[in-house]
Design a protein around this ligand. Structure first.
Ligand code: UDP
Length: 317
């Protein structure tokens, strides 16, 4: 059954892919974004469609959406560490007030609310891999806390709405995701390494590179978000790829795959950088029948092709 879905943060990296997949399966989409870290170019190809509307607004101030609403997906937030470290108060505002506005919009319409939470709620985890039952280890006063605690608050207000008002909600915990539409200046590991390798510049490995991440290709990730949206699960549900790599392995993989002449250079490790991260996706597999299918090699190739075009580079140059 198709509906009218409001995507908060719909011009961002993940949000724009969500708009695409929702439209492809027949939903109408209202994309709301203040373009602070999202890019209008991510949804420019949807501009002429009658089933797509773009509204420029900061959802922490309110959500100016009229007409019917069947679901609200809340992906509005800076998500890259350099972005949220540069926008600390905005990140806290959008995670708290933005989420409250999204919940109120959903509740008014009897719509389902999907909260895009994060593996960052697990902080620097003592439990590995991370299952949804783990409460996490977050430094509440460290620089990253603006993102981690905003998302933890967002989970709390989502559950409080559900418990006290019966709002239909779902929480997804998104692990590291990569793919086309990562901004070249986003600062995340995959976009940095691919661009550095293509430019023949040193790959900047923070710390000794022994920290791990588990990287999910964006189309797999968004397919998981929609599976959760279509279910009646509350969650939280981890959606991420359980294939785990050290950051050093990732750098070596990128250099080898792009046949790059780049070397590896070490830089200081950012404060509170989690030492390891890998999702336990038993719930997603069992309850949603979801698992990622895109290999790292394919995902990196598609992301490299996008970044090369976006940054005006030639692959292999
Ligand atoms: N990282 C790195 N070099 C870079 C960018 C990131 O070594 O140029 C590391 C970073 O310290 C972290 C991992 O890669 O351990 C993932 O960083 P990212 O910013 O992509 O996401 P995070 O998981 O920290 O939110």
């Amino acid at each position: 059954m198709s509906g009218r879905v409001v995507v908060l943060g719909g011009s961002g990296f993940l949000g724009s892919h969500l708009c695409d997949q929702l439209l492809a399966r027949g939903d109408e989409v209202v994309c709301v974004d203040d373009l602070s870290t999202g890019r209008i170019a991510n949804v420019a190809h949807l501009d002429e469609r009658p089933d797509f509307t773009f509204i420029e607004a900061d959802v922490s101030m309110g959500i100016p959406v009229d007409g019917p609403v069947t679901a609200v997906c809340n992906l509005a937030s800076p998500a890259s560490p350099p972005d949220y470290l540069a926008l600390p108060l905005e990140t806290l505002a959008v995670g708290s007030e933005g989420t409250r506005h999204g919940l109120e919009l959903a509740a008014r319409h009897g719509a389902r609310f999907l909260m895009a939470s994060t593996s960052e709620v697990y902080g620097d985890p003592e439990v590995h891999p991370q299952a949804e039952s783990y409460w996490g280890r977050v430094n509440p006063i460290g620089p990253r806390s603006v993102y981690d605690e905003a998302k933890r608050f967002a989970e709390a207000i989502t559950m409080a709405h559900h418990r006290t008002l019966g709002t239909d909600v779902a929480i997804v915990r998104i692990f590291n995701t990569y793919g086309p539409r990562l901004r070249p200046d986003d600062g995340r590991v995959v976009s940095n390494f691919l661009l550095q390798a293509m430019r023949g510049e040193p790959l900047t490995v923070y710390g000794d590179g022994s920290q791990t991440r588990s990287l999910c290709y964006v189309e797999d990730e968004v397919r998981g978000l929609i599976a959760l949206l279509d279910s009646d699960l509350v969650g939280p549900v981890n959606i991420g790829n359980p294939d785990e790599y050290t950051v050093l392995q990732l750098a070596q993989t990128v250099i080898a795959q792009l046949n790059s002449a780049s070397v590896i250079e070490h830089r200081p490790l950012p404060t509170d950088d989690p030492t390891r991260r890998r999702p336990d996706i038993t719930v997603a597999r069992g309850e949603l029948g979801w698992e990622p299918t895109t290999s790292l090699e394919d995902g990196l190739a598609r992301t490299a092709a996008y970044l090369a075009t976006d940054a005006g580079l030639t692959l292999g140059s």
